[in-house]
Design a protein around this ligand. Structure first.
Ligand SMILES: *Cc1c(COP(=O)(O)O)cnc(C)c1O
Length: 488
């Protein structure tokens, strides 16, 4: 199986090469030339790890021992052996993706991606050490650190905006252990940090780094998308097992969306055979995708809002490009749209493509006030405590319920523990949240009795290991200096 750039099918890579490179050389994203079809009914009988190994082997067939990789990536690291439990709540189902080592859904992919990169290095006989550079607005940084620490042949540097992440998120990162990790605050906002990382990649194409190859843990890597397909199969299998559906009946999934990776994995599952009904794309006040899926116009020229669901505060949703590629099969058309987006800030798809999009996807959005109201109501009525990202999805699932009746179950994907955003959750319950986030965490626990994930509860006691703070113009120098040091 070959991978091809979304912008030029003639640019190909083996699966291992696609994982190692992250992004295609023309700026496109790597896609398999065809989505493998699976014996999905047989798959439903398997446990989560076996399901994961089967699906990953189908997408990355040049990896020799996927079972071993999957076991090493996941075993013993999540709160439950099934990794991603399904919980019935108020007539719907919540698929909890946050039971991993950093309490965010990013863990599902980032527990495995480092091993996929390290293995790709072996498969391709690459001797260079991999240096992973990541800019984070909060969740990705910690999940990447947790996944990459002490993985042979890899080092990782995480940059985060100084004063731009929550206290819990910062504590998660600066206390990270491991001999191959660096965490550095950058004076600037997230955009400055991300732009800085992009500039480093561009600069290092010209400037050879001796014995070091740069890569990224960003969600455009196909090695991050592939592990996320699994939980759609797993959730479906759970609904069959509990008797809610018969095999073959459709299930709708409602997904809190930012970069479109999570929901796209659902579409991959559908193309691999799973009877997925609608994929419902939920956005916060940054509703660029709601507009796109309703009108076919993608327009990033709009106000950027900071919301209580920061991981969905995004105006350029990278993985959407993969969907356009899948639905049209036309690389020149996709390249043209992306060029237009870059140069003019907007594009409009053809009526034919919009019709195809609407056949597969539904959409909706809700603002912070509605998300808070949803958190409060879910707690009061169902005794279920959810985070603001999940609340957005729940609210949009309710909107969907009003337009689409019919008996198919709706699964709402839950992407973070409420304790990662304790202040927003506590105030949604009608309580005043103080300044100290750890005190707020305790108060939320005292009021609800919902257990605090161990990794978050332990944070306060952990020593700070990373104190570097640099200016945004110093990021390249920082990377060059660190790349030159043998021991970290
Ligand atoms: C990353 C993230 C999302 C968005 O996922 P995408 O794959 O980028 O669409 C939603 N919620 C949380 C908590 C996240 O960390």
């Amino acid at each position: 199986m070959k991978y091809q750039s979304t912008r030029n099918r003639a640019l190909t890579a083996s699966p291992a090469e696609a994982v190692l490179a992250g992004i295609a050389p023309d700026g496109g994203l790597f896609m398999p030339e065809a989505i493998p079809s699976m014996d999905w009914q047989a798959l439903l009988q398997e446990d989560t790890l076996t399901m994961s190994a089967r699906i990953l082997s189908a997408l990355l067939p040049d990896y020799p021992d996927m079972d071993a990789l999957v076991y090493r990536g996941y075993a013993g690291k999540f709160e439950t052996e099934e990794l991603t439990p399904v919980v019935p709540v108020g007539g719907r189902y919540v698929l909890e993706l946050f039971r991993g080592p950093t309490s965010a859904f990013k863990d599902v992919a980032l527990s495995l991606l480092p091993l996929l990169i390290s293995e790709a290095r072996d498969i391709l006989g690459v001797k260079d050490e991999m240096l992973i550079l990541t800019a984070t607005s909060g969740d990705t940084g910690k999940a990447a650190l947790e996944g990459f620490h002490d993985v042979p042949g890899t080092k990782i540097i995480v940059f985060y905006p100084h004063g731009g992440v929550s206290a819990v998120q910062q504590a998660q990162m600066v206390t990270q252990e491991g001999g191959n990790v660096k965490v550095c605050a950058v004076r600037g906002n997230f955009d400055d940090t991300q732009t800085g990382v992009k500039k480093i990649f561009a600069a290092c194409v010209e400037k050879e780094l001796a014995g070091v190859r740069l890569s990224s843990a960003n969600s455009i890597n196909i090695g991050r998308l592939a592990p996320q397909i699994v939980y759609y199969f797993k959730a479906y299998a759970d609904l069959v097992r509990c008797g809610r559906i018969q095999i073959g009946e459709p299930v709708h999934f409602c997904v809190p969306t930012g970069n479109f990776g999570d929901i796209l994995a659902g579409y991959f599952a559908k193309r691999m055979g799973l009877p997925v009904g609608k994929l419902i794309c939920a956005s916060n006040r940054n509703d660029v995708l709601t507009e796109f899926l309703s009108t076919g116009v993608y327009d990033k020229r709009r106000t950027f809002y900071k919301t209580t669901s920061p991981s969905m505060d995004i105006l350029v949703s990278s993985n959407l490009e993969r969907l356009l590629s899948l639905l049209t099969g036309d690389d020149a058309y996709v390249a043209g749209l992306m060029k237009q987006l870059n140069e003019q800030g907007h594009y409009k798809v053809s009526d034919e493509l919009l019709k195809k999009l609407k056949a597969e996807f539904s959409c909706g959005c809700c603002d912070d006030a509605a998300a808070a109201e949803t958190i409060g109501r879910l707690w009061a009525e169902e005794n279920y405590l959810c985070d603001p990202h999940t609340a957005v999805a729940w609210n949009v699932a309710e909107q969907f319920g009003k337009i689409c009746s019919g008996g198919a179950p709706v699964v709402v994907l839950s992407t973070a523990s409420p304790y990662k955003f304790p202040a927003a959750v506590l105030s949604a319950l009608g309580q005043k949240a103080g300044e100290d986030e750890f005190a707020v965490m305790e108060e939320l626990h005292a009021r609800t009795g919902v257990p605090v994930p161990k990794n978050l509860a332990a944070l306060r006691e952990k020593p700070v290991r990373h104190k570097d703070v640099i200016g945004r113009e110093d990021m390249l120098a920082y990377v060059l200096e660190k790349a030159g040091e043998a021991e970290w």
